[in-house]
Design a protein around this ligand. Structure first.
Ligand code: FES
Ligand SMILES: [Fe+2]
Length: 450
């Protein structure tokens, strides 16, 4: 029997600190905490796997990961998308090693067992001679993950059979996804493969950086100010709202000092604006018209950013989804999808893709800036002296009356709890509190077979 939980005294200490807006620094990279996160955070929550436009035809497949669980996403013979464990049922080797492709059957490289698109074991090399007539192939098909659901083309998986539905899990975030993913007839499409690379970072820091921290923009990305791309005003990424939602999801709706964007509808072609207005509610269309950047996250490890890039006359917008796949307490594999409205002109899509590569792609300038700071966080947070040091998360007043100045804005039209600035700790704090709730849920001794 192995006890795998935080002890009660430690939980109380963490809760007390969080109430004060403090995060003990050691929790970021602690190896035991990481082991618990795999089971209690990533084993219980919905994780993004891909977009339906990546699987266009019967037999199309992509291979993905949910932390260390290998996933084979396939469009089956009935054109349904299935998520199998990408592991042969014979001796367990990884079945499909390609990133993507199209097949009628998947044949294991080890002893040659083969499976059809519906996951059935259909071929065993020298089957009758090796296993006899009584071998029941039906019992040895591919194993599906417990849950697979789709919202507006976004495919999510969950390893907990008892989890709430994806729609319930997303909750208020659906309203914001509808605005980004549902503004155009035909929705969004993924262009190219998701790019991926490994970064020295902890997943909590990367998720927080994207979902909850526009405050870093004016310093970390200072070079954009010096190049004249961003304004001198240090508050420039703080104008707008930060919205905190159920399950610690959140979004920053960044506008500008005037509350307007530098370009209506994020620089999308004017010919598309009536379509956006037709597909959205008045409130959604108003926000989309005024926003400069949407940046946010679905807890635990999906982040997204929808920015404006380019110079006057050549502005473009796209949607970047990214998954922070933990590879350890101090390492993430970044998976980065470029998405754009199917209905956009082809030339516009190509321009936007070039803009993405130069900014948030693996070699993009903004990406390099962030990667450097994430590495420095893990570099120092495991140090001996950090066991009793805390980090500051307390500029939000509804968590601790009178502690600071940022208060809820009840006039914001979208769902969730909105604050009238994105330089705000509300969402970060919610993410940390939720993290602790998950780590301590059903906190009882668990039995594990050895
Ligand atoms: S491990 Fe796949 S056929 Fe043996
Ligand atoms: Fe950044």
């Amino acid at each position: 029997m192995i006890k795998r939980e935080l002890d009660e005294k430690l939980i109380q200490q963490l809760k007390d600190k969080m109430l004060e807006g403090l995060l003990p620094q050691w929790v970021i990279t602690d190896p035991d905490i990481y082991e618990l996160e795999k089971e209690k955070v990533f084993g219980k929550t919905w994780q993004f796997l891909g977009h339906e436009t990546e699987l266009k035809e019967t037999g199309s497949y992509v291979t993905r990961w949910m932390v260390n669980d290998p996933i084979l996403l396939v469009k089956d013979s009935k054109k349904q998308i299935k998520a199998y464990l990408n592991s042969c049922t014979h001796r367990g080797t990884q079945l499909c090693t390609a990133d993507r492709g199209k097949k009628k059957t998947f044949t294991c490289p080890y002893h040659g067992w083969s499976y059809n698109l519906d996951g059935k074991l259909v071929g065993i090399v020298a089957g009758n001679k090796v296993y006899g007539e009584e071998m029941c192939k039906d019992e040895w098909g591919l194993r599906e993950i417990p849950r697979l659901e789709n919202y507006r083309g976004m495919i999510f998986g969950c390893l907990d059979p008892h989890a709430e539905t994806l729609e319930d899990y997303l909750g208020e975030m659906k309203w914001y996804f509808d605005m980004m993913l549902g503004r155009s007839d035909g929705g969004m499409e993924v262009i190219g493969l998701p790019q991926r690379w490994v970064a020295k970072a902890n997943w909590k820091s990367t998720a927080e950086n994207f979902a909850a921290d526009p405050y870093h923009v004016q310093t970390t990305h200072r070079s954009t100010v010096e190049m004249g791309i961003s304004p001198e005003d240090p508050l420039y990424a703080g104008y707008g709202h930060q919205v905190v939602m159920k399950n610690a999801h959140g979004i920053n709706v960044i506008t500008s000092k005037t509350g307007r964007s530098r370009s209506e509808f994020q620089g999308m072609p004017q010919s598309m604006w009536p379509m956006f207005q037709r597909n959205l509610t008045l409130e959604q269309a108003d926000i989309l018209e005024r926003v400069t950047v949407f940046v946010g996250g679905v807890y635990p490890n999906l982040s997204f950013v929808s920015p404006i890039h380019g110079t006057e006359g050549h502005l473009h917008n796209y949607l970047n989804f990214r998954v922070w796949r933990p590879l350890g307490p101090d390492k993430v594999e970044v998976w980065c999808w470029f998405m754009i409205d199917k209905a956009a002109p082809e030339e516009y899509k190509a321009d936007a893709y070039r803009g993405y590569l130069g900014s948030f792609g693996p070699t993009g300038t903004l990406e390099q800036d962030d990667t450097e700071t994430w590495a420095r966080i893990v570099e120092v947070s495991g140090a001996s002296m950090m066991r009793d040091k805390e980090l500051n998360y307390n500029n939000v007043s509804n968590y601790l009356m009178g502690f600071s100045h940022v208060k809820q804005d009840e006039t914001f039209p979208g769902p969730g709890v909105a604050y009238p600035t994105t330089y705000c700790d509300a969402l970060s704090r919610r993410m940390h509190e939720h993290w602790l709730d998950l780590l301590t849920a059903n906190n009882s001794v668990k039995e594990e077979s050895k």
